[in-house]
Design a protein around this ligand. Structure first.
Ligand SMILES: [Zn+2]
Length: 436
């Protein structure tokens, strides 16, 4: 911890949280946990079970509460939020990592504005200015990007454009030349495929793009260097997850995403110290900025590094760097998936599926695909058609990646001895550029 930092790491056994060292932060955490206690029977029970009170010592209460899983988010926090919102206006965003059923994240206007404020800070730090033309290159539905456009317009962007990519990258990305954006936002896995078709549109002298912002995944360092050199622009990471929204973004020093622990407070499980003021471990996030469907120590499935050493840019906020997905998770076109969610989706259609292994590899460049091979015990061979159908049509987020042409599926059936549950690797990611 630096002597001038307003933040400090607190230990809860093997875990650490990065909190603000101020009465204001403690009172904000108390208010957040008290509100959860009053509005969420789920968290009220957890506080009771942990034997802690938010008003006694909120930081101790944070340490004592268990993690919140994606399943709890979907099955319990969502209906609780719906009930708590009652007849109030709210927006609903699609959330990721679930099973066959579409999952929603509910935001009251104050939640939406709090999340927008985080996003605006990230965009501003990445160099977005008044008068910019902001372009999102994506495969999802345009409605999602309306949120980013509102943030950009609030910063004074004069034009915002959604450019929908398809698996025919050459054609779908061609309008970029005429659009002449100043700021581009996309996913690294899409940029890998689009890059060969757009790298020569401009030189550093003619390139209108000042900032390239990537989110959802890590960007391969070689691709980052190529973009910086070919376009002469800054490249910035934007960290967040579908359930919590944006969390933080990189500055020009590119040494992690600055974030505000007063908005989203991180806890690291079994944190390893990597130096004075630096820890690494699986990250859980507490969304102090959200009033509805808020979460305590949400398990996003990422291993992250937290760094509270001074940044040369002068921004006093600490930094988070994505290290890798935990060993039962993977990313596909920016969506974060957990092994358990895919297994649950398959089980719903074919109950005999008890375990499997997921292999990911780069498919041909021309097709622009990831090949996802699901390995299953050979006794399930007779149900191959049903399993394939479930992968294609019954797992909500895989559905859009599949129909957008970004993933293909293969099944592999292996002898039962290959499925020793203690030894089986749940996810084997062999992708070179897409895998992280
Ligand atoms: Zn910085």
């Amino acid at each position: 911890m630096s002597t001038t930092s307003q933040y400090h790491f607190v230990r809860h056994g093997e875990d650490v949280s990065l909190v603000m060292d101020s009465p204001r932060f403690r009172s904000r955490l108390t208010r957040f946990l008290t509100r959860l206690q009053e509005t969420s029977p789920f968290y009220a029970e957890r506080l009771l079970d942990a034997g802690v009170s938010p008003t006694d010592d909120p930081v101790e209460a944070l340490g004592a509460l268990p993690v919140t899983t994606k399943e709890e988010y979907r099955n319990t926090l969502y209906p609780e939020a719906l009930k708590a919102l009652d007849q109030r206006p709210f927006t609903a965003d699609l959330s990721s990592g679930s099973t066959a059923h579409c999952v929603l994240r509910l935001n009251a206007p104050e939640d939406e504005l709090a999340e927008q404020a985080v996003t605006e800070t990230v965009f501003k730090r990445a160099g977005m200015r008044q008068g910019d033309h902001f372009v999102c290159l994506e495969v999802g539905v345009p409605e999602i990007y309306d949120f980013y456009f509102r943030a950009a317009r609030h910063l004074g962007a004069r034009q915002t454009t959604f450019l929908r990519l398809t698996s025919n990258y050459a054609t779908s990305v061609a309008p970029l030349a005429g659009l002449r954006p100043n700021v581009v936002l996309t996913l690294p896995s899409l940029m890998v495929r689009a890059w060969p078709h757009i790298r020569s549109i401009w030189t550093p002298d003619t390139c209108p793009v000042r900032s390239f912002i990537h989110m959802g995944e890590a960007l391969h360092p070689e691709l980052k260097r190529e973009i910086q050199e070919a376009w002469g622009c800054g490249v910035y990471s934007f960290y967040g997850t579908t359930e919590i929204g944006g969390m933080g973004g990189e500055c020009d020093c590119a040494n992690g995403c600055h974030f505000d622990p007063e908005q989203i407070c991180p806890t690291l499980q079994e944190a390893r110290p990597l130096g004075d003021g630096i820890y690494e471990g699986e990250v859980f996030l507490t969304t102090l900025h959200l009033h509805h469907q808020a979460m305590v120590k949400y398990q996003v499935g990422d291993v992250a590094r937290l760094d509270d050493t001074p940044c040369p840019c002068g921004d006093p906020l600490p930094r988070l760097s994505f290290v890798e997905r935990t060993n039962d998770s993977f990313i596909l076109t920016g969506d974060k998936f957990r092994y358990a969610a895919i297994l649950e989706g398959l089980k719903a259609v074919v109950p005999a599926v008890r375990f499997m292994s997921i292999g990911l590899e780069d498919a041909s460049e021309e097709r622009g695909n990831t090949l996802m091979t699901v390995s299953l015990p050979e006794e399930l061979h007779g149900q191959a058609d049903k399993i394939m159908e479930a992968l294609k049509f019954h797992i909500f987020e895989l559905d859009s990646a599949f129909h957008g042409g970004f993933v293909r599926f293969a099944l592999e059936f292996l002898p039962p001895e290959k499925f020793d549950e203690r030894k089986i690797r749940k996810v084997i990611d062999r992708r070179k550029h897409l895998g992280i």
